[in-house]
Design a protein around this ligand. Structure first.
Ligand SMILES: O=C(O)CCC(=O)C(=O)O
Ligand SMILES: [Mn+2]
Length: 220
């Protein structure tokens, strides 16, 4: 046991606090990744990945699904959270307990105690897929942070300001990285540059992102 403890002290995940309300841990979930990702096939069998339509009628390059009580969806009618998967008419699959626990722990360490995500958006990026600059603002309670896990191929995360025109910084997100943003950073514009082709031993030729949110209105 001593040697395990020693190893943990020698090699904690690197924590960066790049801006107020933003915490990035490099490789925090590298060891847990195989167990976390082992949940995916069952979830995706029930709620398959799909390319959703934007309100403007474009097909998103990222393939998406959800788990949890609510799921983020977009179609010609707009962006919203839905308790059912519009493709199947069924409730989204429950959020795996291990996913929720990992998200709550990271949020707590980042200064957002008591984060209880009710929505997890599953984003699958094939090479070339990207996400345009946007704000996450479809959630009722913006006091709650966003917790994001990255797996597989690396990505360049664009982190802008509170105005669309603010020049974004670029943050490399790698396998096992955890990014939390909230408080003064909660409405910062962000996006993902096109994923470069490659192969990752755990995910193959793709990047996977899990984005945890508390989407429902705050109780009371
Ligand atoms: O893939 C990422 O790291 C970001 C995803 C994102 O911003 C979103 O799903 O709203
Ligand atoms: Mn987002």
């Amino acid at each position: 046991m001593m040697s395990d403890l020693f190893a943990a002290q020698q090699n904690p995940p690197e924590r960066l606090d790049p801006a107020p309300g933003v915490v990035l841990w490099r490789h925090r979930l590298r060891d847990e990744a195989p167990a976390l990702l082992a949940e995916l096939p069952a979830l995706l069998a029930r709620a398959p990945l799909r390319h959703m339509q934007t309100p403007g009628g474009f097909s998103m390059s990222v393939a998406m699904s959800n788990c949890g009580a609510l799921g983020w969806v977009t179609d010609r009618k707009g962006y919203r959270y839905s308790p059912v998967d519009p493709q199947t008419g069924l409730a989204w699959p429950p959020m795996p307990a291990g996913w929720r626990a990992a998200a709550t722990a990271a949020a707590g360490e980042a200064g957002f105690a008591g984060f209880m995500p009710d929505a997890c958006l599953i984003n699958r990026y094939a090479p070339g897929a990207r996400m345009a600059l946007h704000q996450d603002k479809d959630e009722a309670d913006l006091e709650q942070p966003i917790v994001s896990f990255s797996f597989g191929l690396p990505a360049r995360f664009l982190f802008g300001g509170l105005a669309r025109g603010d020049k974004p910084e670029r943050i490399l997100l790698e396998h096992g990285d955890v990014l939390v943003w909230g408080g003064p950073a909660r409405l910062r514009f962000h996006g993902i540059q096109p994923i470069q082709a490659g192969h990752h031993p755990l995910t193959g030729a793709c990047r996977l992102n899990l984005t945890f949110r508390h989407a429902a209105p705050a109780p009371g």
